[in-house]
Write a protein that binds this ligand. Structure first.
Ligand SMILES: Cc1cc2nc3c(=O)[nH]c(=O)nc-3n(C[C@H](O)[C@H](O)[C@H](O)COP(=O)(O)OP(=O)(O)OC[C@H]3O[C@@H](n4cnc5c(N)ncnc54)[C@H](O)[C@@H]3O)c2cc1C
Length: 394
């Protein structure tokens, strides 16, 4: 048994599995309609999971990064869109919680941060607030580069102007937590924009290949007022987190590890004769195909879990490089497994309402997720290892 799987973690995973078995019954509808999984978020809230990574001292479950990774993996076995959007929400809780606790702040910054996150967490726990993280602008891949969204200081807060692309939960989040810049400053600011603010437009169509329930439309902010207390990290701390807690950028890959599991779950059931009249497991080719898939998944999961065993503040360069490798493995193994499953199971496995074709489409989206997209990770890993570049960008 993996040392990661403590009794407490097993408990969280089985809670996620219980929720997930219901999510599985709704996943096809969200996918067909490209509609947001509101019912699933309601269930997540009822189970207390919106507060999964809110520290216990603020009334949350107090789950840490590793707990979250395992829960995310489990949820994704049942509905990829729910797991991916739950990631956007929970990433803010981790950033302002466990990660912020590891960052350097002045005493007054720490006091402000405690007050602000108390209010953020209260909104989640008492009002069911859902948080999103629209960072992408389509300019540059780096987490701390290519940010053109501007914040201008005004009485009581900020005026924000800019445009974010692929904003998951664009129509459903209560807070859009954006990265933005103030003229003359180098550092990124991290501001929580209330979704009902005047000046926000949701633009574009949403009819993508996969992850259709995420509703990741574009958001335009036209001089939107953001109260000062919605600055969810002290100035400079987002950049500090990007440098000192870069594991933050790998949270998306746990969803795709879970999709790998979903592909295996489907294939096993299909070959055993579930879902269809015929059993196919007697064929040696099917046994071989299954074994091939199982090994690929075990390798990918083992690498991700190794990284999880190292997660923390101030990783060594080699550990960051391993995290990039783990992300590539999770993001690429998922579509590869789905592709092999089609070959092994055959044409009828592609027919709806069987889930394989949705898994195939959802799995393909992972490689594109910035700032640690597969292309970016390849680029950085190659450069960092071959040039001893310990200062590689995040
Ligand atoms: C379902 C879904 C949900 C999403 N949700 C969110 C969200 O909630 N929040 C959010 O911030 N973003 C989100 N994204 C956006 C995602 O993180 C990327 O920003 C987006 O996919 C980039 O698309 P693009 O066409 O602009 O790619 P481009 O930036 O044009 O990149 C094109 C290709 O080049 C690669 N590339 C880009 N820069 C580099 C580089 N410097 N070095 C090497 N390769 C590079 C990319 O990986 C990609 O393969 C989501 C995306 C999807 C598909």
């Amino acid at each position: 048994m993996s040392v990661l799987l403590t009794t407490a973690r097993r408990g969280l995973i089985s809670q996620a599995a219980e929720l997930g078995s219901v999510f599985a019954t709704r996943a096809d509808q969200y996918d067909r309609e490209a509609s947001f999984p509101y019912e699933n978020f309601h269930d997540l809230q009822e189970a207390g999971f919106l507060a999964l990574c809110i520290p216990k001292s603020y009334g949350g479950i107090g789950a840490d990064f590793v707990d979250y990774a395992l829960v995310s993996e489990e949820l994704a076995r049942y509905c990829g869109s729910t797991a991916l959007t739950f990631n956007m929400h929970t990433a803010t809780m981790l950033l302002t919680g466990q990660i912020a606790d590891d960052l350097d702040m002045s005493d007054s910054q720490r006091v402000d941060h405690e007050q602000r996150r108390a209010s953020l967490y209260k909104g989640v726990i008492e009002k069911g607030h859902i948080h999103a993280q629209p960072f992408s602008e389509g300019h540059q891949a780096g987490a701390t580069a290519g940010v053109t969204t501007q914040a201008v200081a005004v009485d009581g807060g900020w005026r924000v102007r800019g445009r974010k692309i692929f904003a998951s939960l664009s129509e459903s989040a209560h807070r859009h937590n954006v990265t933005c810049k103030v003229d003359g400053e180098e550092a990124i600011r991290f501001l929580g924009i209330p979704a009902d603010s005047i000046g926000i437009t949701i633009e574009g169509e949403w009819d993508p290949l996969g992850m259709r329930g995420t509703i990741s439309k574009n958001l335009v902010f036209d001089d939107v007022f953001v109260p000062a207390e919605n600055e969810y990290l002290p100035p400079g701390c987002f950049d500090q987190a990007a440098k000192r807690w870069p594991y933050f950028f790998m949270t998306l890959c746990f969803t795709y590890l879970g999709i790998q599991r979903a592909v295996l779950d489907f294939t096993s059931e299909y070959l055993r004769g579930g879902n269809t009249a015929e059993e196919r497991r007697e064929h040696p080719q099917k046994q071989h195909g299954w074994a091939e898939m199982r090994i690929a998944h075990e390798q990918s999961q083992a690498l991700v879990y190794r990284v999880l065993s190292e997660v923390g503040v101030d990783p060594a360069p080699a550990q960051i490089h391993r995290a990039w490798a783990a992300v590539v493995s999770a993001m690429e193994t998922a579509p590869n497994l789905a592709s092999t499953a089609v070959r092994v199971c055959g044409g009828r496995s592609l027919l709806r309402p069987l889930v394989l074709e949705r898994l195939y489409r959802d799995a393909r989206c992972g490689a594109t997720m910035l700032p640690w997209s597969v292309e970016v990770c390849f680029d950085r890993l190659g450069r960092a290892d071959l040039f001893d570049d310990s200062e590689a960008p995040v």
